[in-house]
Ligand binder design. Structure first.
Ligand code: AHG
Ligand code: MN
Ligand code: MN
Length: 342
């Protein structure tokens, strides 16, 4: 296996081809999906970077299936991904945070054996104030017969993913992905329009430094969740105090914790009993990545990647990041309520 370091100039295309060589049975279809996603990322980055100049900031008049007001860039990013991915002949269907149902492959294009699920723009409430946003994607193999993808193909547990990744449109544009052979980060060099290998074999520190949580929901949390947060803040003396860092863009918070060590938590609360974040195209892809980097992800009672999905846009509580902090949450939240805090 070729050993890459961040000093050699390795484009994402070259890296994907060399990774593919480790799989003699590979047909190149998954590689093609990753290339095309890299192209879509460059196109979205271009729009995000100039959003303040072109008239594409702000909200549309419509709400998406989540009941959230769609930002113009949400819709634009969604359309860029659908158009970049629908004709390559590798996908049999797609699903997006921004569309209620499955996105079928138009009849004039060939269908392939993979399904793509994605959050085209994550953290979109931050667009107008120039805070980093991202794109998150998940790829699973088709399991139903017939040409077109079906809901059943999408509703597979996260452990069945064959690839997952995200793009962060931050101080630089980075694409981070895994195909189950470790986690690798590529930084876009705008002068040549190429993603170059900058973070080979990313590993997340076992112990966290940062805590990413929106404390304003504290009154709505269960006693168990409050106990977990007290421990993360060092108030119980049995865990060091973590520094709080909360951007409000899952991709940005996740990326900082992946590189520096930390825990991102979006617990269930009385207003959102299943939390806010979506399982198929936010929690699952990031859980695949974090486990490949040596971290963990749970929903408070079980491993995220073992959750059996039942709906396309179902939400899940999420504790994701450094192994030790995720295990702490799972330990406390799996206790019977009367023992919590004992
Ligand atoms: P999206 O913009 O795709 O709807 O995702 C927003 C999510 C996530 O990015 C972030 O961590 C979370 O919403 C923030 O929620 P709160 O504002 O409730 O903290
Ligand atoms: Mn999101
Ligand atoms: Mn989104």
């Amino acid at each position: 296996m070729v050993k890459h370091t961040a000093t050699s100039v390795v484009t994402i295309e070259r890296f994907i081809i060399e990774e593919e060589r480790n799989h003699p049975e590979a047909t190149g279809e998954l590689s093609g999906i990753l290339y095309d996603l890299g192209l879509a990322a460059k196109m979205i980055a271009n729009k995000v970077r100039s959003a303040g100049l072109a008239d594409i900031l702000g909200a549309t008049e419509n709400e998406n299936v989540q009941g959230e007001v769609q930002q113009r860039l949400d819709v634009l990013s969604n359309d860029i991904i659908v158009k970049a991915m629908d004709h390559g002949g590798r996908l049999c269907a797609m699903a997006s945070e921004e569309e209620p149902g499955i996105i079928q492959i138009p009849d004039q294009f060939r269908c392939g054996k993979y399904c793509l699920m994605f959050d085209p723009l994550d953290g979109s409430s931050n667009i107008d104030v120039n805070v980093p946003v991202g794109t998150i994607f998940s790829v699973v193999r088709k399991i139903t017969r017939g040409r077109h993808g079906e809901l059943e193909d999408m509703l597979q547990p996260g452990r069945r993913q064959v690839a997952a990744g995200y793009v962060i449109y931050g101080s630089s544009t980075m694409m981070v992905y895994t195909t189950g052979q470790g986690v690798h980060g590529f930084t876009l060099d705008p002068s040549i329009g190429e993603f170059l290998l900058s973070h080979p074999n990313i590993r997340i520190p076992e112990n966290g430094r940062y805590l990413s949580v929106n404390d304003s929901y504290e009154q709505l949390w269960s006693d168990g969740v409050r106990t977990v947060m007290r421990k993360y803040k060092g108030l119980d003396g049995d865990h060091k105090a973590l520094s709080t860092r909360y951007v409000g863009s899952l991709v940005a918070d996740f990326h900082r914790n992946l590189l520096g060590g930390g825990i991102f938590a979006y617990p269930a609360n009385q207003k959102n009993p299943r939390g806010k974040l979506r399982l198929l195209y936010e929690a699952n892809p990031l859980a695949f990545i974090v486990e490949q980097a040596g971290g963990a992800a749970c929903d408070g009672t079980q491993r995220v990647l073992d959750v059996q999905p039942t709906e396309l846009h179902q939400r899940t509580p999420l504790y994701i990041g450094s192994k030790n902090e995720v295990e702490l949450a799972q330990r406390v939240l799996s206790q019977p309520a009367e023992l919590v805090g004992a």
